[in-house]
Design a protein around this ligand. Structure first.
Ligand code: HEM
Ligand code: HEM
Length: 179
């Protein structure tokens, strides 16, 4: 059992899970901001090369995170959480995991049809999939990227609001155990 200074003993998520969560959360927030604000930003800085490279990294890290996730079970939820809240949390987390894979995957698919290389921060080129421009697959992936990207933004806002609600209103350990 780990201790946080100034708090009672709490059972936290394991260090690897907390590390994955923090790094991927920061990258997802960056990608949602550059995706949604991309066109406005483009006048001063084209964010899309960084958006694509970070998105690919999110895909790779999320697959590793999911693999790691299968090796342990979450600490028990506090008694402050009822049955409905636990179900809502479980469903939201499962949806976030799914979107962390599907959203970058759709980006990779439709961007493979574009003329630009998928450069990983100028270090090396990520392979492109065999998708042609104007193909139904490229069109569907583009459409899904937009719709699911906005769905993800909504879920992330809800997720952060829930974490802050636990910390500041209910005053339980739910936020601290993930930090
Ligand atoms: C979790 C990772 C990602 C998130 C959350 C995300 C989110 C978004 C969002 C919300 C948009 C704006 C949609 C719109 O207004 O049309 C967007 C646009 C875009 N994304 Fe991503 N994205 C991710 C990964 C990727 C990846 C891996 C690629 C390509 C390798 C990519 C390529 C693009 C491109 C090219 C656009 C501009 C599309 C357009 O203007 O029509 N994204 N992304
Ligand atoms: C922005 C992108 C984010 C994504 C994609 C994300 C995703 C996730 C996922 C999938 C879980 C479930 C972990 C598991 O049980 O395996 C989780 C848990 C958690 N997240 Fe996030 N998260 C994000 C941001 C944040 C932020 C900014 C905060 C804090 C304000 C936060 C607070 C938490 C907390 C407290 C838990 C643990 C909840 C519990 O104990 O059941 N998350 N997150």
């Amino acid at each position: 059992m780990a201790t946080l200074s100034g708090s009672a003993d709490i059972v936290r998520y394991n260090a690897v899970a907390r590390g994955f969560h923090a790094v991927i959360a920061a990258m997802v927030i960056f990608n949602l901001a550059t995706g949604i604000g991309g066109d406005a930003l483009e006048k001063t800085w084209n964010p899309f090369p960084a958006h694509k490279a970070t998105g690919i990294l999110i895909l790779v890290l999320s697959l590793a995170r999911l693999g790691w996730r299968l090796t342990w079970t979450t600490p028990d939820w506090p008694t402050t959480m009822g049955k409905v809240q636990r179900t809502v949390a479980k469903v939201t987390h499962a949806a976030l995991y799914a979107l962390m894979i599907i959203v970058p995957l759709t980006g990779w698919i439709f961007s493979s049809a574009g003329k630009y290389p998928l450069s990983i921060y100028g270090l090396f080129d990520w392979p492109k999939l065999a998708v042609t421009k104007d193909s139904p697959l490229a069109g569907a992936a583009h459409e899904s990227h937009e719709v699911l990207g906005f769905l993800m933004a909504g879920l992330v806002v809800l997720h952060i609001a829930a974490a802050l609600h636990h910390h500041f209103i209910i005053k339980d350990n739910v936020l601290r155990r993930m930090l």
